[in-house]
Ligand binder design. Structure first.
Ligand SMILES: [Zn+2]
Length: 123
């Protein structure tokens, strides 16, 4: 759904604005059955403020007293760390595979060598 300047409730004009985040990234958290907030699976609405504040774009309808915040595509540090880990572990896995292939070749070579050294007349 595209977020337009039109309020989905009353059809009126929504004012363009933003929610500032100064210390912590803005996030929406679901409620559990007890009415508490589940912080483990937040929906990120803003980037993490580093030096200055960051903002989450939002629209506000004065007559409905509603603020609508579209969820932006934000790559979190955890996402990036995960990708980096996948990449690193992936290439590490390749290296390990290659190393074990080399070891198998070495073993085969050693066996051939042993067979060659063996006295052909010995049974
Ligand atoms: Zn409205």
């Amino acid at each position: 759904m595209e977020i337009t300047a039109k309020c989905p409730y009353c059809g009126g004009e929504m004012r363009d604005g933003a929610l500032p985040a100064y210390k912590y990234p803005l996030a929406w958290c679901p409620r559990n059955e007890q009415g508490g907030i589940v912080e483990g699976e937040p929906v990120r609405l803003s980037k993490t403020p580093v030096l200055g504040g960051v903002y989450a774009s939002a629209r506000y309808c004065e007559s409905c007293r509603v603020v609508i915040v579209p969820v932006p595509e934000i790559e979190t540090f955890t996402d990036r760390a995960g990708k980096w880990l996948d990449k690193t572990l992936g290439s590490l896995g390749e290296k390990i595979d290659r190393a074990s292939e080399c070891r198998e070749e070495e073993q085969a070579e050693r066996k051939r060598e042993e067979r060659r050294k063996k006295d052909p007349w010995e049974v």
